[in-house]
Design a binder for this molecule. Sequence first.
Ligand code: IMP
Length: 428
Amino acid sequence: MTATVVLGLAWGDEGKGRVCDALAADAGYVGRYSGGNNAGHTVRVGDEEFKVHLIPSGIVREGVICTIGNGVVVNPQVLEQEVEALEKRGVEVRSRLKVDGRAHLILPYHIRLDSHREKALGKAKIGTTNRGIGPAYEDKVSRVGIRVQDIFDEGILRTKLKAALREKNAIFEGIYGEEPFEVEELASYLLSFRDLLSPMVDDTGARLRRALDRGEQVLLEGAQATLLDNDHGTYPFVTSSNPSIGGACVGAGIPPRYLDRIVGVTKAYTTRVGDGPFPTELFDETGDRIREAGNEYGTTTGRPRRVGWLDLLAIKFSARLNGITHLAITLLDVLSAVEEVKICVGYEVEGRSTDEFPMSQTDLHHARPVYKTLPGWQEDITGCRMRGDLPEAAQEFVGFVEAEVGVPLCMISVGPEREQAIVEKIGA
Ligand code: IMP
């Protein structure tokens, strides 16, 4: 009875897919619990690179059953494209992918609303991925969402679409001067996914609970990350779901007592896409060097990511909030590109010093980082497979972060290939 959750400690793109892939070797089940196709996981197997946005990255492991939980928002068109793209490359998906019947659907009007909202915000925009994520979750909470199971009851589907469109069409026509959406057109669009979805629809929570009761290993793959959490993140510059640990229980339908291992993932530095505060952001040549060495361009949108030093205040806040049991550090090799390495160990906020990640949005916007500087290592570490293989300066870096966060490291990635990692024992 072991469920492991892998979640991000900062603003996403920490390389969770990579960590999941390493841990999925022992798992029979890999599930997503929140977000939608705003996520992007890249997994490399040999010369092949797989990019997935909605389907759990565990799908590239033969025999693993993958679940898209009730807490995920599903764009059926994207699901279809991903299934087809993976199957074209020889990955069997349909027999191994289960989608919860309670998961909400992302519809074309959500995507259109997302882009209108961002335009209306002007300079205060969130910088969303424009995938309709926020509006789909809004509908879920407002109880006018359309769920996967609704596709299988045409009468209900039309009634729900009518209710969902009542206010939205008034907005499209009245505010944006656009054509309204038609119930019939949307109904036939959704019905066209019946054949794809019908073998996949499932009570994924019940499936995972049964597997856990049989003693099988379940891995829950976080999307986005803790500082993008709608409750605990840097609101309003957040996503519309709960990527942090509570969201894992709700969005996968697994009670907390099953969660034995919670792996928090951080890069050896920090990145952020979209807008919002980022105290350790670099605007100089060092930032450019890290961006290039780490290929820091979004998997989903292709946007250049904002880059900065590792922020221990943020990481420790997230580690405590999620109660992580293990830490994974990714992309350590990228820091080989710089002469010296900085770690943020405090903030100066309006003349005050603090070592706590501030709750106040105003304080976070005014926070100036206080750094500890460590020597760099400037050598190729991609061949290291044990911590002792790392140059002394790199050992000092990971040892310092591990001691500060206060939980053992279970993985350090030192290169993009599957085997380019130092994997430490995570326990039985
Ligand atoms: P949304 O999730 O598309 O509504 O975007 C809200 C915020 O979350 C924006 O700042 C996005 O850039 C950010 N975001 C959403 N998904 C990801 C992700 O997978 N990685 C990093 N940032 C993300």
